[in-house]
Design a protein around this ligand. Structure first.
Ligand SMILES: Nc1ncnc2c1ncn2[C@@H]1O[C@H](COP(=O)(O)OP(=O)(O)O)[C@@H](O)[C@H]1O
Ligand SMILES: [Mg+2]
Length: 273
């Protein structure tokens, strides 16, 4: 792992790791992610589904937050809203001090590409392209300057010796790490991951969690990860619990000794909510 080393890279458009640390200490109002009374309904009339209901949330720079909730509770909708892939019906979403609900293309696409690293459960890798080309895709698509080097991010996720492989020549965990490397190439300040360990065995899932935790601790990324899994949530500093589109609780993970204790607390919350 060379995360500490790679954090020294000069980042023209963004803050270096140490600057981000300062930002997280001094500036808790404009950085990070804020949701104020955000609601989102899909469909109309009798078929309307209120996926999120007046959710407010504050994620400080370099926080690691897990979003938990049953299937259909609104987790992916929340992540898609923060990713600015979906716009809310009401409420405000601020990322790094920018109100993304007012952004329009092409600024919105640029903002997303430069600030956000998005990791989906289905890795969305291009089968015909090598690892290197998959990782470089966002940069090539955007024609952006100032991204990190592909060698650096591949080393960071431990895939240097797989650089010329195609996705079908990789294990599930390796594919997931390609997706993480691709999210890192633009040197995002915020990483958003939707069930990143959902398709992985427990050992590979744990390695993915370790990688995310290192990114947060050593690279000062803000991380929001959607998950069902208590052991993934345990990697985070704080857990936000959704039920039927509402935020029902938020708690710190430091109070638990292990994932089993966290899971028991989470189940209690869902029962009483
Ligand atoms: N594009 C969509 N169109 C219609 N309904 C949707 C759409 N996306 C999500 N929903 C509904 O919104 C609710 C929340 O979905 P989602 O955020 O995907 O939940 P989760 O990720 O927690 O499983 C679900 O009832 C789902 O069916
Ligand atoms: Mg989902």
């Amino acid at each position: 792992m060379t995360i500490a080393t790679s954090a020294q890279t000069t980042l023209p458009h963004n803050q270096s790791g140490s600057q981000r640390t300062q930002a997280s200490n001094n500036d808790t109002t404009s950085g990070g992610v804020s949701l104020d009374n955000v609601s989102k309904t899909f469909g109309r009339g009798s078929r309307a589904v209120a996926a999120l209901k007046e959710v407010s949330l504050r994620i400080s720079p370099s926080d690691f937050v897990a979003v938990m909730g049953a299937s259909g509770s609104g987790k992916s909708t929340l992540l898609n809203l923060i990713s600015a892939l979906t716009s809310p019906d009401s409420g405000r979403i601020t990322i790094d001090g920018v109100d993304v609900t007012t952004l329009k293309d092409p600024g919105l696409t640029r903002f997303r590409r430069e600030r956000l690293g998005i990791i989906f459960q289905a890795h969305n890798l291009v089968p015909a392209l090598s690892v290197v080309d998959n990782v470089m895709l966002p940069v090539l698509a955007g024609g952006r300057q100032g991204h990190r080097t592909v060698d650096e991010v591949l080393e960071q996720v431990g895939l240097t010796d797989r650089r010329d492989h195609r996705p079908d020549q990789l294990s599930g965990g390796e594919q997931q790490r390609v997706a993480i490397a691709r999210a890192l190439i633009s040197d995002p300040s915020i990483i958003l991951a939707d069930e990143p360990t959902g398709n992985l065995d427990s050992v590979t899932g744990a390695q993915t969690c370790d990688l995310l935790r290192k990114l947060q601790q050593e690279h000062r990324c803000t991380i929001v990860v959607v998950t069902h899994a208590p052991d993934v949530a345990m990697s985070a500093g704080r857990v936000v619990v959704l039920k039927d589109g509402r935020k029902v609780s938020e708690f710190e993970t430091a109070q638990f000794n292990n994932a089993t204790e966290l899971a028991a607390h989470y189940q209690d919350l869902l029962r009483s909510a």
